[in-house]
Design a protein around this ligand. Structure first.
Ligand code: NAD
Length: 460
């Protein structure tokens, strides 16, 4: 970075932070009336820009209209409305028990806002990944800086416009830009950082946060497995896995990234999955309105290189100018194949047979902890084995991806797939310090605890 540009950015960001910090200190963001008004304004602005949102996502990602409406517009408006409705009750002191040794006393957990938060988003769901956590940050009473991804430029520009129209500019600001701008921004002291993206940059973010001891939530990705047991309903399983694997052109953090199938039904599964792909996207899949494009040429080249990781069951066609990679299913993929070495984040689904559920569980446990794990089986005991015997951010039995719309469930990873969680009340907690408070009266002061201590020692 040119030195003068760097110092100009630093000066801009310092001034912005001073403005937001002064607003936080003023107590403005603590008012529930203000929080609710901001959340409603954001929800209404997103709804009012529905058509623009569909347009920019089509431009950046070729995202089908239905996917934009459900995963961006509906998702964000619902998170904002829920947060507006519940923020006051979420913020109430939460009574907890008090042990006899502390009596007489009352104990409670009192949520308080951190201060000024930084929310860094990725490009695949560019509005959801910034406005979604923002709903929690506002509900909890924080100011925030929003940093959408430069790789979805039309969406990021619209996000900036919506935020500027809807939100209090004393409390919120949007910064556009890529690695340079984000690195400079990260030199500032934030009170909370919420990052969505890959683990490599996640480490950079966490390193920068460590300098100021800023707490971080890292929403990362990884290789989320799908496992199909011999007793699964094949039609439903194939539909659900194919849908999840090729949604948004496979550019989804919780997509089934590879699929292990019990060997006795492997051929039937592949046959059914192949038919389902055609049912969803037609015979000429490139013409389908229901299938997205790869975000840019760099990712197109990266994903294309993974195509020859196994025998093609369906798909395999590419068109670089159109950033099109066909929905592709690969068979008999070996553990050392390129597609099994990194998160695919594109429309390729490697599959391979396994002899047993034991083998599938061992395979998962030898690798990084996934963000999500999908087990398909008619036997609830088999589903429970995956819950008990593996570690991942989420386990879903007999479906994939849709658990994300249940705001009662915390959404987040573990190990390489991330740390911390959000959605619904979990977003509120994610942007709150949960302060421990104990209140005691003056009566009942037991002198035993004070020196001089007895020979036997004193128990509190
Ligand atoms: P990306 O390239 O857009 O990067 C994410 C953010 O980091 C962007 O805002 C970008 O500007 C910033 N950034 C990039 N380089 C940086 C640097 N050197 N220093 C500081 N900031 C930098 O997105 P990506 O990483 O390609 O995203 C894809 C990954 O995100 C996948 O692994 C996917 O699974 C994961 N993801 C996770 C979730 C989740 O909720 N867990 C959601 C979506 C995506």
């Amino acid at each position: 970075m040119d030195g003068s540009l760097g110092s100009a950015l630093t000066a801009d960001y310092t001034a912005m932070m001073e403005r937001l910090r002064a607003t936080f200190k003023s107590g403005k963001t603590r008012s529930f009336a203000w929080r609710k008004q901001q959340l409603h304004a954001l929800s209404e602005a997103v709804a009012a820009h529905e058509d623009d949102i569909v347009d920019v996502l089509a431009k950046d990602l070729g995202k089908p209209k239905a996917e934009s409406l459900i995963a961006e517009v509906d998702y964000v408006t619902k998170e904002c409305q829920l947060a507006a409705k519940k923020c006051e009750s979420w913020a109430r002191p939460r009574k907890v028990g008090t042990p006899l040794s502390n009596m007489p006393a009352k104990s409670m957990i009192v949520p308080e806002p951190f201060g000024v938060a930084l929310i860094i988003g990725a490009w695949n769901y560019p509005l959801q990944e910034v406005f979604g956590p923002l709903a929690g940050a506002i509900a909890a009473g924080n100011c925030a800086v929003l940093k959408p991804s430069e790789l979805a430029p039309a969406s990021s520009e619209l996000l900036r416009k919506i935020a500027a129209q809807a939100l209090d500019s004393d409390a919120f600001a949007t910064v556009l830009g890529g690695a340079e701008e984000t690195s400079t921004l990260l030199e500032q002291r934030f009170d909370k950082i919420f990052y969505t993206g890959g683990a490599k940059v996640g480490r950079i973010v966490m390193g920068a946060a460590a300098k100021h001891l800023t707490p971080v939530t890292l929403e990362l990705g990884g290789k989320s497995p799908a496992i199909v047991a011999a007793d699964a309903n094949l039609d439903v399983t194939a539909r659900r896995i194919v849908w999840g694997a090729f949604l948004n052109g496979g550019q989804l953090c919780v997509r089934p990234d590879y699929c292990m199938v019990e060997e006795s039904i492997y051929e039937d599964f592949l046959k059914t999955a192949r038919e389902v792909v055609h049912q969803f996207y037609g015979e000429n899949m490139q013409q389908s309105e229901h299938f997205a494009r790869i975000v840019n040429e760099r990712h197109f080249d990266r994903v294309s290189r993974l195509l020859n990781s196994g025998e093609i069951v369906i798909g395999g066609e590419t068109d670089r100018e159109d950033r099109y990679i066909a929905p592709t299913i690969l068979r008999d993929v070996k553990p050392d194949a390129p597609a099994m070495q990194e998160e695919i984040f594109g429309p390729i689904l490697p599959t391979f047979p396994v002899k047993s559920m034991d083998e599938a569980i061992a395979f998962i446990n030898e690798r990084d902890k996934p963000l999500a794990l999908y087990a398909f089986t008619s036997n609830s005991a088999t589903g429970d084995r995956f819950v008990r015997e593996t570690s991942s951010g989420t386990v879903m039995v007999n479906d994939c991806v849709v658990f994300q719309t249940n705001h009662h469930l915390p959404f987040g990873g573990v190990g390489e797939s991330g740390m911390g969680a959000f959605h619904g009340v979990h977003s509120f907690d994610c942007f709150s310090h949960l302060k421990a408070v104990m209140k005691r009266p003056f009566w009942g002061d037991v002198k035993l605890r004070y020196p001089p201590y007895s020979e036997k020692g004193t128990k509190l």
